[in-house]
Ligand binder design. Structure first.
Ligand SMILES: Cc1cc2nc3c(=O)[nH]c(=O)nc-3n(C[C@H](O)[C@H](O)[C@H](O)COP(=O)(O)OP(=O)(O)OC[C@H]3O[C@@H](n4cnc5c(N)ncnc54)[C@H](O)[C@@H]3O)c2cc1C
Length: 411
């Protein structure tokens, strides 16, 4: 009996195992190896425990890669495999929120995992947990996998679904890309993606825990790199929230020299309209100091942080004292509040991995290596990282299905 071995029991590995077993229909044994004591550990943490498993609007713009052309073709192949439809056929009930983000109907990541466990069992996949792969080598009739306890396993096809370096607490330590390097493959440098950002501490002092709706723009010097809208969360080290996480993926690959984030706290008003509003508010509030002036405008701590960053004085300074130029500066500061000395907060806080195995080495339709039949790399290990919104799991499930089906069809 032929063997198809899948390394890694995350979203991509589980989808690959089920798809391979279904396609093989008894012609091959499908074995899934996972180094954790259970499969799907990371899946349980996705979407804040709700598992945002896909999105109604998938497009290449939602992904970071150094090879957009190859990625767009692969994304099309994944679209044709229709991971959501495939899961639905296996029993998934789902619902979408107002932004098109798709969740299990129960809003529980544990239900998503239970469904996948059921699918693995029904398809007859042999799941081995507490089982870490240490190496993979080409052998006479396929591949030889050596486990960390020294045992070996022969495989006719190997699907590597080992994840990247993001979230090492879930079992991912960059072994997938390292394995690819051992095969002489080109690997694009890895970087933490979808990660909160540190900034100059004094710029967020006293703001930890506050959330505001704003437009966030990433600049390098004077050049706009990318803009996002959404909730910004202040932390004691810097900035978080979906808009910031989306921008974080642009830092490393673009080698930004002087990255800065600008927050527009009044995105629906022009600076002129905001100035008019500030004057109206001054009339309505009467003789007040800066702190009281912020009431009704925005969180007063946030308002005061902007006020102080502009050197307008302390919280008690009467707003009636402001000169025409200072009112102008305040309106400008609310629309262009700058944060400097940006740095990502590391792998532990990252939701996904930028960089990875260069896409040019993989077959578009199967994620199999072009020059090594029977060896596949899927999911987060390859040079494609999605934005927040279900795009990473769409890629992981879809690439797993394509590789699993192809591996079984070639035996
Ligand atoms: C907190 C958090 C929240 C997220 N939320 C979302 C979300 O809501 N929507 C979304 O689309 N994406 C989300 N993501 C990203 C998404 O979870 C990942 O991109 C996706 O799970 C990648 O799937 P994968 O199968 O490629 O890799 P992983 O899920 O990382 O799986 C790889 C598996 O390989 C195993 N492994 C590693 N080395 C070995 C070895 N040597 N031998 C055996 N096994 C090994 C690991 O233990 C792991 O189980 C989130 C990520 C995090 C960290």
């Amino acid at each position: 009996m032929k063997n198809i071995v899948i390394l890694g029991g995350g979203a991509a590995g589980m989808a690959a195992a089920v798809a391979a077993a279904e396609e093989a229909a008894g012609r091959a044994r499908v074995i899934l190896l996972e180094q954790n004591s259970r499969v799907g550990k990371k899946l349980l943490a996705t979407g804040n425990g709700r598992c945002n498993l896909d999105n109604q609007t998938i497009s290449p713009e939602c992904y970071f890669t150094s090879d957009p052309k190859a990625m767009a073709k692969m994304l099309q192949a994944i679209g044709a495999a229709d991971p959501l439809g495939w899961l639905e056929q296996h029993g998934l009930l789902w619902r979408a929120d107002e932004a098109g983000r798709i969740y299990p109907y129960s809003n529980q990541a544990s239900d998503m995992l239970n469904l996948l466990l059921h699918m693995l069992e029904k398809a007859g996949v042999e799941v081995r947990t507490d089982c870490a792969a240490a190496s993979v080598e080409a052998a006479a009739n396929g591949y030889r996998i050596t486990l960390s306890d020294g045992q070996t396993l022969a495989a006719d096809a190997v699907i590597c679904a080992l994840g990247g370096s993001a979230g090492p607490q879930f079992g991912t330590d960059g072994f997938g890309p390292q394995l690819a390097e051992r095969f002489g493959l080109e690997v694009q440098p890895l970087y933490p993606c979808l990660v909160p950002l540190k900034c100059k501490k004094s710029q967020v002092s006293g703001l930890a825990g506050i959330r505001v709706k704003a437009d966030a723009s990433l600049y390098d010097g004077g050049k706009l790199i990318r803009a996002e809208s959404g909730e910004i969360q202040f932390t004691d080290y810097g900035l978080s929230g979906i808009a910031i996480m989306q921008l974080s993926g642009m830092l490393k690959p673009n080698r930004l020299r002087r990255p800065e984030i600008s927050l527009d706290l009044f995105p629906h008003l022009s600076e002129k309209e905001l100035l008019t509003l500030l004057h109206r508010h001054k009339q309505a509030m009467g003789k007040v100091g800066a702190a009281d002036f912020m009431t009704g405008l925005l969180n007063y701590k946030v308002g005061l942080a902007v006020w102080k960053s502009l050197g307008l004085g302390d919280a008690k300074r009467p707003v009636a004292e402001l000169s025409k130029e200072e009112w102008q500066a305040l309106a400008c500061g609310f629309k262009n509040w700058r944060f400097t000395e940006l740095e990502d907060t590391g792998w532990k806080n990252a939701q996904t991995t930028g960089g990875g195995i260069a896409l040019s080495q993989l077959q578009t339709e199967s994620f199999g290596l072009k020059n090594r039949p029977g060896l596949y790399f899927v999911g987060e290990t390859v040079d494609c990282a999605g934005s927040c919104g279900g795009y990473n799991l769409h890629w992981a499930f879809g690439s797993g299905i394509l590789a699993g089906r192809h591996a079984a069809s070639q035996l």
